[in-house]
Design a protein around this ligand. Structure first.
Ligand code: PGA
Length: 254
């Protein structure tokens, strides 16, 4: 089984540098055999970069859709070149919270995927359906996921050797932050479909696909023991130091 990927999406947490240090310590002290990525808010990026070991990778939760490598007039934005220079290797793109609160479209998300990969980092593209769509049944879910993938990936060409520059995170919106994770069967149903679309429509069969949505120490083993699930995108549990180090240790037993 290939190495699993666990991404800690801290979202807009924690409030202080001191607490960020405690979260990093929890990751660093856990026995791990997975690729661990910490994606802090931008204000903590440099600090997290300075206190993590080489084994722990640095992530970002977003990136500007444009990347004039010399900088530019985009108030409030952070460019892919800036992130790369700071040591960031993974950028979360198209998280459902950004789609919802910042009205990000598939086209904009596609631009973010492109600038991330062009700058030499890995784009973690998030897709996932709402509860309303899930209630309509499997074919509606597939239609929606396919639209999200093609909307963000049209125009993105990856050679076989570049396939690791794209990761897909399947995060059903109804499972995010609700404590109600998808069942393994539901997650696999969509993940297998994503794999087939990546292979047939985008010619990138070897991309890693993660599950995200209320992953915790009780369910992580079930998800990551399956060879079709390459890892987890973890929100709430990743800002609970005890819980997250427990999760990393559990994955080491798989
Ligand atoms: P959650 O969040 O683990 O708190 O459900 C996952 C995510 O939004 O990436």
């Amino acid at each position: 089984m290939s190495k699993k990927l666990i991404i800690a999406n801290w979202k807009m947490n924690p409030l202080t540098l001191r607490e960020a240090g405690i979260l990093v310590d929890a990751v660093e002290s856990a026995e791990s055999n997975a690729d661990i990525v910490i994606a802090p808010p931008f204000v903590f990026t440099e600090y997290v970069s300075s206190v993590t070991s080489a084994e722990t990778k640095l992530g970002a939760q977003d990136v500007c859709w444009e990347d004039p490598a010399k900088g530019g007039a985009y108030t409030g934005e952070v460019s892919a070149t800036m992130l790369k220079k700071m040591g960031v290797e993974y950028v979360i793109v198209g998280h459902s919270e950004r789609r919802q609160y910042s009205q990000e479209t598939d086209a904009l998300i596609g631009k973010k995927v492109a600038v991330t990969i062009k700058a030499g980092m890995t784009a973690v593209l998030c897709v996932g359906e709402s509860l309303a769509i899930r209630k309509k049944g499997t074919s509606e879910i597939k239609k929606y996921i396919k639209k999200q993938l093609s909307g963000a990936l049209s125009g993105i060409e990856l050679s076989k050797s570049q396939a690791h520059k794209l990761v897909i995170a399947y995060e059903p919106i109804w499972a995010i932050g609700t404590g109600k994770a998808a069942t393994l069967e539901d997650a696999l149903g969509v993940i297998t479909y994503i794999r087939s679309i990546l292979t047939t429509n985008h010619h990138i069969p070897t991309t890693r696909i993660l599950y995200g949505g209320s992953v915790d120490s009780k369910n992580i083993k079930g998800f990551l023991s399956d060879e079709d699930i390459d890892g987890a995108l973890v929100g709430g549990a990743s800002v609970n130091p005890k819980e997250f180090s427990k999760m990393i240790a559990i994955v080491a037993t798989i």
